[in-house]
Design a protein around this ligand. Structure first.
Ligand code: ASP
Length: 355
């Protein structure tokens, strides 16, 4: 990693910028765009322009040794970035950290960082671009400035995605557009727990324990596909089901799930829907899933569910403990239990019921 520091005489916002790759700094290599390293001087220029309107930033800049297209992120990438963020916070004591990252996996990586650095006292803001720095119509500068603004206004500790026109809590964010400046959306309301649950002990090894995976169900899902996925990802599987948590529920599919959960492989059910939550008691297929031993993922986004499962499995949690944590709102990734009714209850019905 390369590092450069730029000091300023006035009280400034101390910001650590970490560049991991992505379109933000990409160049056209002739056969399509690819990552480019060594953009520290350009970042310093962008910061200088940010300061032209009276703001002041004390910049610390570092790059990944090997910058990547974020599509190349593997199961250990998020943890490595999170450890880097933590190290920089502990050693440099910045007011906030900006992680420049590719948009394709930003929500997955951001969600995992959110769990990993839940205890740190400063904001971590991931940003990137749809069009590279220096190219016509680039949003790189604007997005970096948004991230810096976010740190200056101190949204509070937590991990965010600052992109386009908004700041999104990472555990509720998803990439929604490959061709618009507002690439991300806050899929669901951010509902941090009224009192945060106890911190889990930190992991010190960078080794991923058991890989976790995800599978979207669809009409015609074959038990063999599910079984292959479970074999490949013994750490656990997030099943992106229909509606309130239903899926093709033939005997062979259900038996595959039952065998996995009995063996101790967690199967977490989330919904493909953009709003609403899993309610496994509502329909027969959902009840069958419950009986087969699945864990309800409530209304978590796919990115947050995968990140949380991987985080807990990497911490060595299993069985009832894993289930308890998966269903506990740790940092706003799940709605709090006292959520409003799914179908609004009419005032008259309430009066009639209380009579
Ligand atoms: N493929 C790029 C990446 O995720 C896309 C982007 O950054 O917008 O690295």
């Amino acid at each position: 990693m390369s590092t450069r520091a730029t000091a300023h005489p006035h009280a400034a916002s101390r910001v650590q910028v970490l560049y991991t790759g992505g379109t933000f700094g990409m160049a056209d290599h002739g056969a399509g765009m690819g990552p480019r390293s060594g953009i520290g001087a350009e970042i310093a220029d962008l910061i200088a322009r940010y300061e032209e309107v009276g703001r002041s930033v004390e910049l610390r800049y570092a790059e990944f040794d090997r910058v990547i297209d974020s599509a190349a992120a593997d199961s250990g990438t998020a943890f490595r970035i999170a450890e880097w963020v933590r190290y920089r916070i502990e050693s440099e004591r910045p007011d906030g950290v900006v992680v420049i990252h590719g948009t394709d996996t930003m929500a997955y990586i951001g969600a995992r960082i959110a769990f990993e650095v839940r205890d740190v006292a400063v904001p971590v803001v991931l940003t990137g671009a749809q069009i590279p720095l220096g190219h016509p119509g680039s949003d790189a500068e604007r997005n970096l400035h948004l991230a810096l603004d976010s740190i200056a206004t101190q949204p509070g500790p937590g991990t965010y995605i600052g992109f386009g026109s908004a700041l999104h809590p990472a555990v509720r964010a998803s990439k929604r557009a490959s061709d618009e400046y507002d690439a991300f959306t806050t899929v669901r309301e951010f509902t941090p727990p009224p009192s945060p649950p106890a911190l889990l002990p930190r992991r010190h090894s960078t080794a991923t324990r058991l890989p976790v995976g995800m599978l979207t169900v669809f009409p015609g899902l074959h038990a063999d596909l599910l079984s292959a996925a479970i074999r490949q990802y013994p750490g656990g599987i997030v099943l992106e089901c229909y509606g309130s948590g239903t899926m093709p529920h033939g005997a062979d599919v259900m038996e595959t799930i039952r065998i996995a959960t009995r063996r101790g492989t967690p199967v977490v059910v989330i919904t493909q829907c953009a709003s609403g939550s899993v309610d496994l008691e509502r329909y027969l297929p959902g009840r069958a899933l419950l009986e087969a031993g699945v864990i309800s993922g409530g209304d978590m986004t796919r990115e947050a569910a995968l990140a949380k499962l991987a985080y807990l499995v990497d911490l060595g949690l299993s069985g009832g403990q894993l289930r308890d944590w998966m269903t506990t709102n740790m940092l706003g990734e799940l709605s709090n239990p006292a959520t409003p009714p799914l179908v609004p209850v009419h005032e008259d019905a309430l009066t009639a019921r209380s009579r």
